[in-house]
Design a protein around this ligand. Structure first.
Ligand SMILES: Cc1cc2nc3c(=O)[nH]c(=O)nc-3n(C[C@H](O)[C@H](O)[C@H](O)COP(=O)(O)OP(=O)(O)OC[C@H]3O[C@@H](n4cnc5c(N)ncnc54)[C@H](O)[C@@H]3O)c2cc1C
Ligand SMILES: NC(=O)c1ccc[n+]([C@@H]2O[C@H](COP(=O)([O-])OP(=O)(O)OC[C@H]3O[C@@H](n4cnc5c(N)ncnc54)[C@H](OP(=O)(O)O)[C@@H]3O)[C@@H](O)[C@H]2O)c1
Length: 528
C-alpha cells in the first residue's frame, strides 16, 4: 500500500522494459522551449543535455549555478529538434518552493534539504533536526526520521496551520494488507480488479460527500470533522490539540493521510510547535516570539508565544511545491508566436480544454494539465484518461490522415468558464482555508477538477470532435469520403430492405436472399 521510492522506481523501470521503450527515453535532458512553425506544421524544441547531478536540482538552483559558475556547469550541450506532435507531461508538483527568507539562513553550518529533493544518503544519526511544514510530505518524513536507519536525536516540527488528518485504516490493517494481498491477488483471479473498482466507487461517493456544497455534503463534512477531531484527541498528547484543530471545512485544503505521524507525536523525541521560525544561526534556530496558529487574535489561546532558541544540525523544508504556474518554466509559443503563459494571463489564469489542449497550440497535448488534479482519487487514473483522450487525436496525425488538430477557442473558453464557475461553488473556494489549489488574490483555481472522476472518464472516453478543428491531408480526405460513401450505402441498403419487406413480406425477402446466395455460390463453383 505504501511502496518505497526504490520500489516505485523499479516498477516504472519494469514497465518500460516490458513495453520495449527503454531505448526511447532520454534522461537528464531539459526541454527549455517549444515553438510552433506555421509553414512546416511542426514544433521546434530546444533540449539541454544536463551535466551529471543537475537533473536532481530544481530549475531555480540550476539557474543560480549557471549564473554564478557558468552555463557549462549545468548544460553539456544544446540541441534543436523538430516534432510533429508535442505531449507535455511535466507534472504539477515538480519544482520545490524556495526556502522561506529567514534571516541567517546563509550562515547555517548544517545540512539543508527539501522533501521534493530527498537525499537518501543524508546522515541524521544523533542529529537535531528541524522540519518546516505540516502537510502530507512532513507527515510522512517526521515519523520516519526518528527510526532506523535515520535515528535522528530530536525532531522539532514547525506548523503554520493544521490540516485535517485522516487515519489510513489503522496500522494493523495496513500491515495485514501489505503482507497478504500480493499472495491473495495472485491466487484469486479478478480479486485485485474487484478491490480496485470497489475502492474507486467508495472514493467517488466520498467526493460527493466531501467537496460539493449541497445540504447532505455540509452535514457529512460536520460529521467527518467531529470524527477526525475525536481521532486526533485519541492519538496525540493534549498539549497539541489546539494547534491541530483546523478552523476551516474539511476538503478545502489537501487532507493529510496519517500513516504514523499522529502516533509519532507521542514520542518525546518529537516536538510540534506553531512558533514561527524567526532567525537561523550557525548551529541553532530561533523560534518566536508570537505564533502562527491559532492566530494571535485568539486571545484565550493557551498556545505558547515565547521566543526560544534550539540546537539544529539539519534543516528540512517540507514547504511544498510551486504549484500555481503550470508548465513553469517551459516556454511554449504557438501560432503567431503567442506565448502560452501570456495567453493564460490574458484569460485570467492557467487553463486548458479538458486539461489537455489550448487553441492556438496545434498538435500540443498536456497530460495532468490545469484543473485535472484530484484530491480524492488517483492522479494516475486521471492521467491515463488524458492519455487515452489525446491518443484519439494523435493517432490520425501519426497515420497521416490529419496534419493538425486544434481545439476551438470557443470550446476552450466555454470549458474553462464552466470549470471556474463550478469551483466557485465548492469547498475548495468556500471552505475558509488558504491552499496551493488557488490563487488567493484572483481566486483563480487552476488545480482541481470540480466534478467526479466518473465524469472525467466519460468526457475523455467520448471526445466531442465538434470542439476540434482538424486539417485533413489528402489521405484523410479520401478516407473520410470513402467512409461517408460507405455510411450512405449502408443506410441505402437498410432502407431498401425495409421498403422491400413492407411491400413483399418476410417470405419473399428470405426467398430473394436465398436466390442471391445460390447464384453467388454457383458462380464461385464455376470459377473453382
Ligand atoms: C510527495 C508526493 C506524493 C504524491 N502522492 C500521490 C498519491 O499517492 N496519489 C496520487 O494520485 N498522486 C500523488 N501525488 C501527485 C503526483 O504529482 C502525481 O500522482 C504524479 O507524480 C504525476 O505524474 P506525472 O508523470 O504527471 O508528473 P511527475 O511524476 O511530476 O513527472 C514529471 C516529470 O517531468 C520532468 N520535467 C519537468 N519539466 C521538464 C522539462 N522542462 N524538461 C524535461 N523534463 C521535465 C520532471 O523532472 C519529472 O520527471 C504525489 C505528489 C507528491 C509530490
Ligand atoms: N499521497 C500522499 O500521501 C502524499 C504525500 C506527500 C505529498 N502529496 C501531494 O503533494 C502535495 C504537496 O505536499 P507537501 O506536504 O509537500 O506540501 P504542502 O501540502 O503545500 O504543505 C506545505 C507545508 O509547509 C507549510 N509552509 C509553506 N510555506 C511556509 C512558510 N513560509 N513558513 C511556514 N510554513 C510554511 C505549509 O503551511 P500552510 O498549510 O499553512 O500553508 C504546509 O504545512 C500534497 O498536497 C499532495 O497532493 C501526497
Amino acid at each position: 500500500m505504501h511502496p518505497s521510492g526504490p520500489e516505485i522506481g523499479k516498477y516504472l523501470y519494469n514497465v518500460c522494459e516490458q513495453f520495449h521503450i527503454l531505448d526511447k527515453i532520454q534522461l537528464d535532458t531539459n526541454v527549455t522551449s517549444a515553438r510552433w512553425l506555421e509553414t512546416e506544421e511542426e514544433w521546434e524544441l530546444v533540449l539541454e543535455y544536463m551535466a551529471p547531478g543537475m537533473g536532481d536540482l530544481s530549475s531555480r538552483e540550476r539557474k543560480a549555478i549557471a549564473e554564478s559558475q557558468g552555463i557549462d556547469k549545468v548544460c553539456l550541450k544544446r540541441e534543436m529538434i523538430r516534432a510533429k506532435i508535442v505531449v507535455s507531461a511535466v507534472g504539477g508538483l515538480v519544482e520545490p518552493k524556495p526556502y522561506p527568507q529567514v534571516p541567517g539562513l546563509d550562515r547555517f553550518k548544517g545540512d539543508i534539504l527539501h522533501t521534493a529533493r530527498w537525499d537518501p544518503t543524508i546522515k541524521l544519526q544523533d542529529k537535531n533536526v528541524v522540519i518546516l511544514g505540516a502537510g502530507c510530505s512532513a507527515a510522512q518524513v517526521t515519523p520516519e526520521i526518528i527510526q532506523p536507519p535515520y535515528n535522528a536525536k530530536s525532531v522539532t516540527q514547525l506548523l503554520r496551520s493544521p490540516g485535517w488528518v485522516e487515519s489510513n485504516f489503522g496500522s494493523e490493517i495496513v500491515r495485514w494488507w501489505e503482507s497478504n494481498t500480493p499472495t491473495l491477488f495472485s491466487w484469486v483471479p479478478g480479486l485485485q480488479w474487484i478491490v480496485r473498482k470497489a475502492l474507486f466507487a467508495y472514493l467517488e461517493l466520498q467526493f460527493q460527500l466531501t467537496f460539493t456544497m449541497g445540504a447532505t455534503a455540509r452535514k457529512h463534512r460536520l460529521k467527518q470533522q467531529k470524527a477526525l477531531i475525536a481521532y486526533m484527541h485519541k492519538m496525540v498528547p493534549e498539549k497539541y490539540w489546539e494547534i491541530l484543530t483546523p478552523d476551516y471545512d474539511i476538503g478545502c485544503k489537501r487532507r493529510v493521510i496519517d500513516a504514523d505521524w499522529f502516533r509519532s507525536l507521542q514520542n518525546p523525541k518529537i516536538e510540534l510547535t506553531s512558533l514561527p521560525l524567526t532567525s537561523i544561526q550557525e548551529q541553532t534556530v530561533t523560534l518566536g516570539p508570537g505564533r502562527h496558529y491559532p492566530p494571535m487574535s485568539k486571545t484565550d489561546s493557551k498556545v505558547s508565544t515565547a521566543e526560544r532558541t534550539i540546537p539544529c544540525d539539519t534543516l528540512i523544508f517540507a514547504n511544498g511545491y510551486e504549484a500555481g504556474e503550470w508548465l513553469h518554466p517551459l516556454d511554449v509559443k504557438g501560432r503567431d508566436g503567442r506565448s502560452l503563459h501570456d495567453v493564460w494571463e490574458s484569460r485570467g489564469g492557467s487553463q486548458a480544454y479538458l486539461g489537455t489542449a489550448m487553441d492556438g497550440f496545434p498538435n500540443f497535448f498536456l497530460i495532468f494539465g490545469p484543473n485535472t488534479a484530484t484530491g480524492h482519487s488517483s492522479v494516475i487514473l486521471a492521467s491515463e484518461n488524458m492519455v487515452n483522450h489525446s491518443l484519439k487525436f494523435i493517432k490520425p496525425i501519426l497515420n497521416g490522415e490529419v496534419s493538425t488538430y486544434e481545439v476551438k477557442e470557443e470550446a476552450e473558453r466555454k470549458w474553462t468558464q464552466r470549470v471556474q464557475e463550478a469551483l466557485r461553488d465548492s469547498v475548495w473556494q468556500k471552505g475558509g482555508c488558504r491552499s496551493w489549489y488557488f490563487n488567493e488574490g484572483s481566486g483563480w483555481n487552476a488545480t482541481v477538477y470540480p466534478w467526479s472522476q466518473i465524469h472525467f472518464t466519460l468526457r475523455c472516453m467520448f471526445p466531442r470532435y465538434g470542439d476540434w478543428e482538424a486539417k485533413y491531408t489528402k489521405k484523410g480526405v479520401i478516407k473520410r469520403r470513402l467512409m461517408t460513401a460507405a455510411k450512405l450505402l449502408g443506410t441505402l441498403a437498410v432502407m431498401t430492405a425495409v421498403v422491400y419487406l413492407a411491400m413483399y413480406g418476410p417470405e419473399a425477402v428470405v426467398g430473394e436472399l436465398r436466390a442471391v446466395l445460390r447464384s453467388g455460390l454457383n458462380r464461385l463453383r464455376s470459377w473453382l
